[in-house]
Write a protein that binds this ligand. Structure first.
Ligand SMILES: Nc1ncnc2c1ncn2[C@@H]1O[C@H](COP(=O)(O)OP(=O)(O)OP(=O)(O)O)[C@@H](O)[C@H]1O
Ligand SMILES: [Mg+2]
Length: 435
Protein backbone atom coordinates (compact mmCIF):
# COMPACT_ATOMS: atom_id res chain seq x y z
CA UNK A 1 0.00 0.00 0.00
CA UNK A 2 1.28 3.43 -0.89
CA UNK A 3 -0.51 6.76 -0.68
CA UNK A 4 1.08 8.16 -3.85
CA UNK A 5 3.25 7.27 -6.85
CA UNK A 6 6.48 8.55 -5.36
CA UNK A 7 6.19 6.23 -2.40
CA UNK A 8 5.03 3.37 -4.65
CA UNK A 9 8.23 3.70 -6.68
CA UNK A 10 10.22 3.60 -3.47
CA UNK A 11 8.53 0.36 -2.43
CA UNK A 12 9.07 -1.17 -5.88
CA UNK A 13 12.76 -0.40 -5.80
CA UNK A 14 13.28 -1.94 -2.37
CA UNK A 15 10.98 -4.96 -2.33
CA UNK A 16 10.00 -7.78 -4.66
CA UNK A 17 6.56 -6.85 -5.97
CA UNK A 18 4.34 -9.08 -8.14
CA UNK A 19 1.78 -6.58 -9.35
CA UNK A 20 0.95 -2.88 -9.30
CA UNK A 21 -2.69 -1.91 -8.99
CA UNK A 22 -3.10 1.85 -9.17
CA UNK A 23 -5.53 4.66 -9.64
CA UNK A 24 -5.09 7.34 -12.28
CA UNK A 25 -5.94 10.41 -10.23
CA UNK A 26 -3.38 10.67 -7.47
CA UNK A 27 -1.62 13.53 -5.73
CA UNK A 28 1.69 14.34 -7.48
CA UNK A 29 2.64 11.87 -10.24
CA UNK A 30 -0.50 10.42 -11.82
CA UNK A 31 -1.15 6.72 -12.43
CA UNK A 32 -0.26 6.72 -16.13
CA UNK A 33 3.07 8.36 -15.45
CA UNK A 34 3.65 5.84 -12.67
CA UNK A 35 3.10 2.98 -15.13
CA UNK A 36 5.64 4.53 -17.50
CA UNK A 37 8.22 4.84 -14.76
CA UNK A 38 7.59 1.31 -13.49
CA UNK A 39 8.15 -0.01 -17.02
CA UNK A 40 11.54 1.63 -17.05
CA UNK A 41 12.80 0.22 -13.78
CA UNK A 42 10.95 -3.12 -13.75
CA UNK A 43 9.87 -3.97 -17.30
CA UNK A 44 8.45 -7.35 -16.22
CA UNK A 45 6.29 -5.98 -13.39
CA UNK A 46 2.66 -5.93 -14.52
CA UNK A 47 0.47 -2.89 -13.76
CA UNK A 48 -3.32 -2.74 -13.69
CA UNK A 49 -4.79 0.73 -13.81
CA UNK A 50 -8.15 1.71 -12.34
CA UNK A 51 -9.98 4.16 -14.58
CA UNK A 52 -13.17 6.14 -14.17
CA UNK A 53 -16.20 4.38 -15.57
CA UNK A 54 -16.93 6.96 -18.21
CA UNK A 55 -13.49 7.70 -19.58
CA UNK A 56 -12.63 5.29 -22.43
CA UNK A 57 -9.72 7.48 -23.49
CA UNK A 58 -8.08 6.80 -20.11
CA UNK A 59 -8.15 3.05 -20.69
CA UNK A 60 -6.56 3.47 -24.10
CA UNK A 61 -3.92 5.69 -22.61
CA UNK A 62 -3.28 3.23 -19.79
CA UNK A 63 -2.63 0.41 -22.25
CA UNK A 64 -0.35 2.50 -24.38
CA UNK A 65 1.59 3.57 -21.29
CA UNK A 66 2.32 -0.14 -20.85
CA UNK A 67 -0.36 -1.24 -18.39
CA UNK A 68 -1.25 -4.93 -18.50
CA UNK A 69 -4.95 -4.09 -18.39
CA UNK A 70 -7.40 -1.61 -16.80
CA UNK A 71 -10.33 -1.87 -14.42
CA UNK A 72 -13.32 0.36 -14.63
CA UNK A 73 -14.49 1.94 -11.40
CA UNK A 74 -16.54 1.55 -9.35
CA UNK A 75 -16.10 -2.14 -8.40
CA UNK A 76 -19.41 -3.83 -7.82
CA UNK A 77 -19.57 -6.85 -5.57
CA UNK A 78 -20.44 -9.19 -8.47
CA UNK A 79 -17.33 -8.18 -10.44
CA UNK A 80 -14.88 -9.14 -7.70
CA UNK A 81 -14.32 -12.61 -9.18
CA UNK A 82 -13.44 -11.19 -12.56
CA UNK A 83 -11.01 -8.82 -10.88
CA UNK A 84 -9.39 -11.67 -8.98
CA UNK A 85 -8.92 -13.61 -12.19
CA UNK A 86 -7.42 -10.61 -13.89
CA UNK A 87 -4.99 -10.13 -11.01
CA UNK A 88 -3.98 -13.81 -11.19
CA UNK A 89 -3.40 -13.61 -14.92
CA UNK A 90 -1.35 -10.43 -14.63
CA UNK A 91 0.89 -11.94 -11.96
CA UNK A 92 1.37 -15.12 -13.96
CA UNK A 93 2.19 -13.10 -17.05
CA UNK A 94 4.77 -11.07 -15.15
CA UNK A 95 6.42 -14.22 -13.81
CA UNK A 96 6.59 -15.81 -17.24
CA UNK A 97 8.10 -12.67 -18.66
CA UNK A 98 10.80 -12.42 -16.07
CA UNK A 99 11.52 -16.13 -16.34
CA UNK A 100 11.82 -15.74 -20.06
CA UNK A 101 14.20 -12.80 -19.71
CA UNK A 102 16.28 -14.80 -17.30
CA UNK A 103 16.49 -17.78 -19.66
CA UNK A 104 17.36 -15.55 -22.58
CA UNK A 105 20.13 -13.97 -20.59
CA UNK A 106 21.49 -17.39 -19.73
CA UNK A 107 21.30 -18.42 -23.35
CA UNK A 108 23.14 -15.28 -24.38
CA UNK A 109 25.91 -15.75 -21.87
CA UNK A 110 26.33 -19.29 -23.19
CA UNK A 111 26.97 -17.83 -26.59
CA UNK A 112 29.32 -15.07 -25.60
CA UNK A 113 32.76 -15.24 -27.12
CA UNK A 114 34.16 -17.10 -24.14
CA UNK A 115 32.12 -20.15 -25.11
CA UNK A 116 34.54 -20.42 -28.01
CA UNK A 117 37.47 -22.34 -26.58
CA UNK A 118 41.01 -21.78 -27.77
CA UNK A 119 44.09 -19.63 -27.24
CA UNK A 120 45.98 -20.21 -30.47
CA UNK A 121 46.96 -17.17 -32.48
CA UNK A 122 45.17 -18.65 -35.48
CA UNK A 123 41.85 -18.77 -33.64
CA UNK A 124 42.63 -15.44 -32.00
CA UNK A 125 42.88 -13.74 -35.39
CA UNK A 126 39.52 -15.18 -36.42
CA UNK A 127 37.93 -14.17 -33.13
CA UNK A 128 39.25 -10.63 -33.46
CA UNK A 129 37.44 -10.30 -36.79
CA UNK A 130 34.29 -11.85 -35.35
CA UNK A 131 34.31 -9.40 -32.45
CA UNK A 132 34.79 -6.49 -34.78
CA UNK A 133 31.93 -7.40 -37.13
CA UNK A 134 29.45 -8.79 -34.58
CA UNK A 135 27.71 -5.52 -33.90
CA UNK A 136 27.38 -4.41 -37.51
CA UNK A 137 24.49 -4.99 -39.86
CA UNK A 138 26.68 -6.46 -42.57
CA UNK A 139 26.13 -9.87 -44.11
CA UNK A 140 28.69 -12.42 -42.95
CA UNK A 141 29.82 -15.52 -44.80
CA UNK A 142 31.39 -18.20 -42.60
CA UNK A 143 33.47 -20.79 -44.38
CA UNK A 144 35.49 -23.69 -43.04
CA UNK A 145 35.62 -27.45 -42.98
CA UNK A 146 32.89 -29.50 -41.42
CA UNK A 147 32.85 -29.39 -37.60
CA UNK A 148 35.11 -26.35 -37.22
CA UNK A 149 32.53 -24.31 -35.29
CA UNK A 150 30.74 -22.26 -37.95
CA UNK A 151 27.41 -22.51 -36.18
CA UNK A 152 29.04 -21.62 -32.87
CA UNK A 153 30.50 -18.50 -34.49
CA UNK A 154 27.15 -17.60 -36.05
CA UNK A 155 25.57 -17.72 -32.59
CA UNK A 156 28.34 -15.62 -31.10
CA UNK A 157 27.84 -13.07 -33.88
CA UNK A 158 24.12 -12.83 -33.21
CA UNK A 159 24.26 -12.79 -29.43
CA UNK A 160 26.88 -10.07 -29.47
CA UNK A 161 24.95 -7.81 -31.80
CA UNK A 162 22.29 -5.24 -31.04
CA UNK A 163 19.82 -7.77 -32.41
CA UNK A 164 20.59 -10.17 -29.55
CA UNK A 165 17.21 -9.66 -27.88
CA UNK A 166 15.45 -10.61 -31.09
CA UNK A 167 15.33 -14.12 -32.55
CA UNK A 168 18.15 -16.02 -34.22
CA UNK A 169 16.49 -18.23 -36.81
CA UNK A 170 18.51 -21.05 -38.37
CA UNK A 171 17.68 -22.58 -41.72
CA UNK A 172 19.60 -25.60 -42.89
CA UNK A 173 19.34 -25.10 -46.64
CA UNK A 174 20.69 -28.57 -47.30
CA UNK A 175 18.19 -30.40 -45.12
CA UNK A 176 14.94 -28.99 -46.52
CA UNK A 177 13.66 -30.37 -49.84
CA UNK A 178 13.94 -27.81 -52.61
CA UNK A 179 10.21 -27.55 -53.24
CA UNK A 180 9.57 -26.74 -49.57
CA UNK A 181 12.46 -24.37 -48.99
CA UNK A 182 10.88 -21.35 -50.63
CA UNK A 183 7.76 -21.44 -48.48
CA UNK A 184 9.93 -22.28 -45.47
CA UNK A 185 11.94 -19.11 -46.05
CA UNK A 186 9.26 -16.70 -47.19
CA UNK A 187 6.02 -18.27 -45.95
CA UNK A 188 2.91 -18.86 -48.02
CA UNK A 189 -0.69 -17.76 -48.20
CA UNK A 190 -3.68 -20.05 -47.91
CA UNK A 191 -4.20 -21.95 -51.15
CA UNK A 192 -0.77 -21.11 -52.58
CA UNK A 193 -0.31 -24.81 -53.36
CA UNK A 194 -2.13 -28.06 -52.75
CA UNK A 195 -1.16 -28.52 -49.14
CA UNK A 196 -1.30 -24.87 -48.18
CA UNK A 197 -4.48 -25.08 -46.13
CA UNK A 198 -3.50 -22.14 -43.98
CA UNK A 199 -1.48 -18.99 -44.17
CA UNK A 200 2.00 -19.65 -42.83
CA UNK A 201 4.75 -17.31 -41.77
CA UNK A 202 8.21 -17.99 -43.16
CA UNK A 203 11.59 -17.90 -41.44
CA UNK A 204 12.43 -14.44 -42.77
CA UNK A 205 9.32 -13.08 -41.07
CA UNK A 206 10.06 -15.06 -37.90
CA UNK A 207 13.55 -13.57 -37.76
CA UNK A 208 12.24 -10.02 -38.08
CA UNK A 209 14.39 -7.65 -36.06
CA UNK A 210 16.88 -10.47 -35.50
CA UNK A 211 19.23 -12.62 -37.52
CA UNK A 212 18.67 -15.38 -40.05
CA UNK A 213 21.40 -18.01 -40.24
CA UNK A 214 21.44 -19.71 -43.63
CA UNK A 215 23.48 -22.84 -43.02
CA UNK A 216 24.84 -24.98 -45.88
CA UNK A 217 24.16 -22.16 -48.33
CA UNK A 218 26.13 -24.07 -50.97
CA UNK A 219 23.28 -26.60 -51.15
CA UNK A 220 20.66 -24.04 -52.15
CA UNK A 221 19.08 -24.66 -55.56
CA UNK A 222 19.83 -22.16 -58.36
CA UNK A 223 16.15 -21.27 -58.42
CA UNK A 224 16.12 -20.17 -54.82
CA UNK A 225 19.49 -18.50 -55.15
CA UNK A 226 17.80 -15.95 -57.43
CA UNK A 227 15.11 -15.27 -54.84
CA UNK A 228 17.61 -14.94 -52.02
CA UNK A 229 19.67 -12.57 -54.12
CA UNK A 230 16.62 -10.35 -54.43
CA UNK A 231 16.07 -10.31 -50.68
CA UNK A 232 19.67 -9.28 -50.15
CA UNK A 233 19.47 -6.57 -52.79
CA UNK A 234 16.08 -5.10 -52.04
CA UNK A 235 15.52 -6.20 -48.46
CA UNK A 236 12.00 -7.30 -49.36
CA UNK A 237 10.30 -10.62 -50.16
CA UNK A 238 6.92 -12.06 -51.04
CA UNK A 239 5.28 -15.10 -49.46
CA UNK A 240 4.54 -17.90 -51.92
CA UNK A 241 1.22 -17.21 -53.66
CA UNK A 242 1.12 -13.58 -52.57
CA UNK A 243 1.91 -10.41 -54.44
CA UNK A 244 2.18 -8.41 -51.23
CA UNK A 245 5.74 -7.34 -50.65
CA UNK A 246 7.09 -7.57 -47.11
CA UNK A 247 10.07 -5.83 -45.59
CA UNK A 248 12.92 -8.07 -44.47
CA UNK A 249 14.38 -6.52 -41.33
CA UNK A 250 16.96 -9.23 -40.81
CA UNK A 251 20.67 -9.57 -40.66
CA UNK A 252 21.96 -12.44 -42.77
CA UNK A 253 24.70 -14.82 -41.72
CA UNK A 254 25.47 -17.64 -44.14
CA UNK A 255 27.77 -20.62 -43.78
CA UNK A 256 29.11 -23.42 -45.90
CA UNK A 257 31.80 -26.08 -45.74
CA UNK A 258 31.96 -26.06 -49.54
CA UNK A 259 34.30 -24.11 -51.75
CA UNK A 260 31.91 -21.58 -53.28
CA UNK A 261 34.30 -20.31 -56.00
CA UNK A 262 34.58 -23.92 -57.13
CA UNK A 263 30.80 -24.27 -57.19
CA UNK A 264 30.62 -21.03 -59.19
CA UNK A 265 33.10 -22.39 -61.72
CA UNK A 266 30.98 -25.53 -62.02
CA UNK A 267 27.86 -23.42 -62.61
CA UNK A 268 26.21 -24.53 -59.38
CA UNK A 269 26.35 -21.29 -57.47
CA UNK A 270 25.52 -17.77 -58.66
CA UNK A 271 28.45 -15.43 -58.70
CA UNK A 272 26.29 -12.36 -58.00
CA UNK A 273 24.83 -14.06 -54.91
CA UNK A 274 28.33 -14.97 -53.76
CA UNK A 275 29.39 -11.32 -53.84
CA UNK A 276 26.28 -10.28 -51.93
CA UNK A 277 27.00 -12.86 -49.23
CA UNK A 278 30.74 -12.45 -49.14
CA UNK A 279 30.62 -8.92 -47.71
CA UNK A 280 32.45 -9.99 -44.56
CA UNK A 281 34.08 -13.35 -45.16
CA UNK A 282 35.27 -15.23 -42.09
CA UNK A 283 37.24 -18.42 -42.44
CA UNK A 284 37.03 -20.70 -39.43
CA UNK A 285 40.34 -22.58 -39.21
CA UNK A 286 40.46 -26.39 -39.11
CA UNK A 287 41.52 -27.98 -35.83
CA UNK A 288 44.80 -29.30 -37.27
CA UNK A 289 45.89 -25.72 -37.97
CA UNK A 290 45.32 -24.69 -34.39
CA UNK A 291 46.28 -27.92 -32.71
CA UNK A 292 47.68 -26.03 -29.69
CA UNK A 293 44.01 -25.58 -28.74
CA UNK A 294 43.38 -29.31 -28.55
CA UNK A 295 44.30 -29.84 -24.86
CA UNK A 296 42.01 -26.94 -23.88
CA UNK A 297 39.18 -28.38 -25.93
CA UNK A 298 39.72 -31.85 -24.47
CA UNK A 299 39.51 -30.47 -20.94
CA UNK A 300 36.49 -28.38 -21.88
CA UNK A 301 34.63 -31.44 -23.17
CA UNK A 302 35.71 -33.50 -20.14
CA UNK A 303 34.34 -30.75 -17.87
CA UNK A 304 31.06 -30.79 -19.77
CA UNK A 305 30.85 -34.56 -19.45
CA UNK A 306 31.37 -34.26 -15.70
CA UNK A 307 28.76 -31.52 -15.35
CA UNK A 308 26.11 -32.86 -17.70
CA UNK A 309 26.51 -36.61 -17.48
CA UNK A 310 28.28 -37.17 -14.18
CA UNK A 311 31.35 -38.61 -15.90
CA UNK A 312 34.17 -39.78 -13.61
CA UNK A 313 37.01 -39.38 -16.08
CA UNK A 314 39.84 -37.31 -14.54
CA UNK A 315 41.94 -36.42 -17.54
CA UNK A 316 44.12 -37.65 -20.35
CA UNK A 317 47.66 -39.01 -19.97
CA UNK A 318 50.46 -37.04 -21.64
CA UNK A 319 51.08 -39.89 -24.07
CA UNK A 320 47.45 -39.99 -25.15
CA UNK A 321 47.36 -36.20 -25.47
CA UNK A 322 50.44 -36.24 -27.69
CA UNK A 323 48.84 -38.83 -29.90
CA UNK A 324 45.64 -36.79 -30.11
CA UNK A 325 47.69 -33.77 -31.16
CA UNK A 326 49.27 -35.69 -33.99
CA UNK A 327 46.03 -36.85 -35.52
CA UNK A 328 44.80 -34.82 -38.49
CA UNK A 329 41.14 -34.44 -37.35
CA UNK A 330 39.24 -34.48 -40.66
CA UNK A 331 35.99 -33.98 -38.70
CA UNK A 332 37.53 -31.16 -36.63
CA UNK A 333 36.12 -30.12 -33.24
CA UNK A 334 32.95 -32.14 -33.72
CA UNK A 335 35.00 -35.31 -34.22
CA UNK A 336 36.97 -34.53 -31.06
CA UNK A 337 33.79 -33.79 -29.09
CA UNK A 338 32.23 -37.09 -30.17
CA UNK A 339 35.40 -39.02 -29.40
CA UNK A 340 35.63 -37.59 -25.88
CA UNK A 341 31.99 -38.38 -25.30
CA UNK A 342 32.51 -41.97 -26.43
CA UNK A 343 35.69 -42.38 -24.37
CA UNK A 344 34.13 -41.03 -21.17
CA UNK A 345 31.55 -43.79 -21.47
CA UNK A 346 33.91 -46.58 -22.53
CA UNK A 347 36.76 -45.79 -20.13
CA UNK A 348 34.46 -45.00 -17.21
CA UNK A 349 36.91 -43.58 -14.70
CA UNK A 350 40.51 -42.51 -14.16
CA UNK A 351 42.54 -41.17 -17.07
CA UNK A 352 42.10 -41.75 -20.77
CA UNK A 353 45.25 -43.58 -21.90
CA UNK A 354 47.00 -44.14 -25.20
CA UNK A 355 45.61 -47.67 -25.44
CA UNK A 356 42.04 -46.32 -25.14
CA UNK A 357 42.33 -44.35 -28.36
CA UNK A 358 40.86 -45.76 -31.56
CA UNK A 359 43.33 -47.36 -33.97
CA UNK A 360 42.95 -44.75 -36.71
CA UNK A 361 44.25 -42.18 -34.26
CA UNK A 362 47.02 -44.40 -32.90
CA UNK A 363 48.14 -45.18 -36.46
CA UNK A 364 49.49 -41.67 -36.85
CA UNK A 365 53.21 -41.43 -35.93
CA UNK A 366 53.89 -38.93 -33.17
CA UNK A 367 55.78 -35.84 -34.25
CA UNK A 368 54.75 -33.61 -31.42
CA UNK A 369 55.47 -34.02 -27.75
CA UNK A 370 54.22 -31.74 -25.04
CA UNK A 371 56.69 -29.55 -23.18
CA UNK A 372 58.92 -27.26 -25.26
CA UNK A 373 58.17 -23.70 -24.38
CA UNK A 374 60.10 -20.54 -25.12
CA UNK A 375 60.47 -18.58 -21.85
CA UNK A 376 59.97 -14.84 -22.10
CA UNK A 377 63.66 -14.40 -21.24
CA UNK A 378 64.71 -16.43 -24.29
CA UNK A 379 66.79 -19.60 -24.63
CA UNK A 380 69.80 -21.17 -26.37
CA UNK A 381 68.24 -22.95 -29.34
CA UNK A 382 71.13 -25.29 -30.20
CA UNK A 383 71.69 -26.33 -26.60
CA UNK A 384 67.97 -26.93 -25.99
CA UNK A 385 67.57 -29.04 -29.13
CA UNK A 386 70.70 -31.02 -28.25
CA UNK A 387 69.44 -31.69 -24.79
CA UNK A 388 66.04 -32.67 -26.09
CA UNK A 389 67.69 -35.16 -28.47
CA UNK A 390 69.72 -36.64 -25.64
CA UNK A 391 66.63 -37.06 -23.49
CA UNK A 392 64.66 -38.78 -26.22
CA UNK A 393 67.50 -41.18 -26.95
CA UNK A 394 68.00 -41.94 -23.24
CA UNK A 395 64.32 -42.66 -22.81
CA UNK A 396 64.19 -44.97 -25.84
CA UNK A 397 67.23 -46.85 -24.54
CA UNK A 398 65.68 -47.11 -21.11
CA UNK A 399 62.40 -48.48 -22.52
CA UNK A 400 64.32 -51.17 -24.44
CA UNK A 401 66.98 -51.93 -21.78
CA UNK A 402 69.66 -50.63 -24.13
CA UNK A 403 68.65 -52.81 -27.05
CA UNK A 404 69.87 -50.38 -29.75
CA UNK A 405 67.95 -52.07 -32.55
CA UNK A 406 64.63 -51.68 -30.79
CA UNK A 407 65.49 -48.21 -29.49
CA UNK A 408 66.21 -47.12 -33.07
CA UNK A 409 62.84 -48.59 -34.05
CA UNK A 410 61.02 -46.61 -31.34
CA UNK A 411 62.57 -43.40 -32.58
CA UNK A 412 62.13 -44.14 -36.25
CA UNK A 413 65.90 -43.86 -36.80
CA UNK A 414 68.17 -46.38 -38.40
CA UNK A 415 70.62 -48.20 -36.14
CA UNK A 416 73.79 -46.54 -37.39
CA UNK A 417 72.34 -43.05 -36.98
CA UNK A 418 71.36 -43.89 -33.43
CA UNK A 419 74.80 -45.27 -32.59
CA UNK A 420 76.43 -42.14 -34.02
CA UNK A 421 74.20 -39.95 -31.92
CA UNK A 422 74.85 -41.98 -28.76
CA UNK A 423 78.56 -41.45 -29.31
CA UNK A 424 78.28 -37.79 -30.21
CA UNK A 425 76.16 -37.02 -27.18
CA UNK A 426 78.26 -39.14 -24.86
CA UNK A 427 75.30 -41.18 -23.67
CA UNK A 428 76.35 -44.08 -21.46
CA UNK A 429 74.38 -46.95 -19.94
CA UNK A 430 73.63 -46.89 -16.22
CA UNK A 431 76.14 -48.96 -14.16
CA UNK A 432 74.13 -52.13 -13.66
CA UNK A 433 72.25 -52.24 -16.95
CA UNK A 434 75.05 -52.41 -19.52
CA UNK A 435 74.46 -54.57 -22.59
N1 LIG B 1 36.25 -23.35 -30.44
C1 LIG B 1 35.30 -24.17 -29.95
N2 LIG B 1 35.08 -24.22 -28.62
C2 LIG B 1 34.15 -25.05 -28.11
N3 LIG B 1 33.38 -25.84 -28.83
C3 LIG B 1 33.54 -25.84 -30.16
C4 LIG B 1 34.50 -25.00 -30.79
N4 LIG B 1 34.42 -25.18 -32.11
C5 LIG B 1 33.46 -26.10 -32.30
N5 LIG B 1 32.91 -26.50 -31.13
C6 LIG B 1 31.86 -27.52 -30.96
O1 LIG B 1 32.01 -28.46 -32.00
C7 LIG B 1 30.77 -28.86 -32.52
C8 LIG B 1 30.71 -28.59 -34.00
O2 LIG B 1 30.65 -27.18 -34.21
P1 LIG B 1 29.64 -26.53 -35.28
O3 LIG B 1 28.36 -27.28 -35.31
O4 LIG B 1 29.57 -25.09 -34.99
O5 LIG B 1 30.47 -26.83 -36.60
P2 LIG B 1 30.13 -26.45 -38.12
O6 LIG B 1 31.33 -25.74 -38.63
O7 LIG B 1 28.83 -25.77 -38.19
O8 LIG B 1 30.08 -27.88 -38.80
P3 LIG B 1 29.28 -28.37 -40.14
O9 LIG B 1 29.96 -27.73 -41.32
O10 LIG B 1 29.49 -29.84 -40.10
O11 LIG B 1 27.89 -27.96 -39.96
C9 LIG B 1 29.73 -28.11 -31.73
O12 LIG B 1 29.24 -28.95 -30.70
C10 LIG B 1 30.47 -26.94 -31.17
O13 LIG B 1 29.90 -26.50 -29.95
MG1 LIG C 1 27.04 -26.38 -39.06
Amino acid sequence: MAPDAAEALQVISSERIDLVLCDIQMPGINGLELVRQVREVEPDLPCIVMTGYNSPENSVEALSAGAFWYLEKPFEQERLDVIRQLVDKAIQHGRLKSENHHLQKQLRSRHKFDSIIGKSSRLGRTLAIVEKVADTESTVLLTGESGTGKELFARALHYNSRRAERPLVTVNCGAIPEELLESELFGHVKGAFTNAVNHREGRFAAASGGTIFLDEIGDMSPNLQVKLLRVLQERTFEPVGSSKTQKADVRVIAATHQDLPKLIAAGLFREDLFYRLNVLPIEVPPLRERIEDLPLLVHHFLDLARQDRGSRIQGVTDEAMEQLMDYHWPGNVRELENLIERLTVLVGEGDIELADLPTEIRAEPITRVLAPRVPSTGLNFTAVVGRFETELIEQALEHTHWNKNRAAGLLGLNRTTLIEKIKKRGITPPENDAG
